[in-house]
Design a protein around this ligand. Sequence first.
Ligand code: CP3
Length: 346
Amino acid sequence: MAETKLIQRALAGETLPTPPIWMMRQAGRYLPEYRATRAQAGDFLSLCYNSDLAAEVTLQPIRRYGFDAAILFADILLVPDALGADLWFVTGEGPRLSTITTDADFEKIKGADDIHDHLAPVYETVRILSRELPNETTLIGFAGAPWTVATYMIAGRGTPDQGPAHALKAENRPLFQAVIDRLTEATIVYLDAQIRAGAEVVKLFDSWAGSLKGEDFTEFALKPAATIISALKAKHPNTPVIAFPREAGDNYIGFAKATGADCVALDNSVSAVWAAEHVQVDSCVQGNLASSHMVTGGSALVEETGAICRAFANGAHIFNLGHGITPDADPANVELMIETVRSGNW
Ligand code: CP3
């Protein structure tokens, strides 16, 4: 049967009259119903590992807005958690994990095939969603890319410049490479399991790809993505992959061809007009409205949304933000963005 869902049609390269739309972090703290379910779960990680409640928060933005895709509710740091790096979240500050600075630290990390018991609740969330989502809604699974996940595993927390990961790369290259390789293997088996549970598309989040320059970008953003995508395509040739090497700049050019990704997600530091000329020529693109418009709204939101739709109108495009929606966003502005995109009046 020919694929009828709009997201898969765009991912197959079709130019649609208006782009399908979903939003990074669409289940999140800007929604009162999310905050209520999170309070019921206790904390963020308990929510991630409670399959019924994780499915519920995934469905909330679909019910409220009718997005064309639902993204599994989970977190990129569940993989290090499953590999045995203790993970906890400090309210108002972000994630904390054990650190990796020595070979002895790495020896405590589990093998890639040992993650599944710990991640079983995530696979169950995917199974619930594939039963409960409306027929027209695409279910997107995801994982963090090895470099981005490694930056948290090495430093034990988020860092503004990924300094500890860059330092380990310079000081103990074999150890750094071993971390990247273990995460590459774990990402393959994790995404394979999500697809077998019912994920129809998967996305690889490399949020800190922009801090890799020159050869480092090739070695630690491009190559791991290519390895992961070719392993997934060997098993699931019909499952599209979206790659998000955030803030890659000129390195967005050719990224889809070099990695086998079906779509490149763009952050808002590149202009849509530039990306249409240099990136969309090779593949579907996703993006790239600045998430600040979800806070400020008004005519600037409408104009910028229209400008992005126009710039990408001659090729395959999935509308999205350039990064996740923030907790201070106004839910009414999300509605305005969706209406503007779907009106086709731009
Ligand atoms: O997009 C979605 O709605 C799917 C779920 C999802 C979450 N995180 C939920 C979440 C996805 C795809 C992620 C990805 C993620 N997680 C990334 C890559 C994408 C990006 O945003 O750059 C990163 C770097 C993380 C790690 C992470 N998780 C951090 C640094 C934080 C703390 C910062 C913050 O926003 O509070 C989280 C927490 C997190 N992940 C929240 C959500 C909804 C907020 C948790 C809460 O309810 O308090």
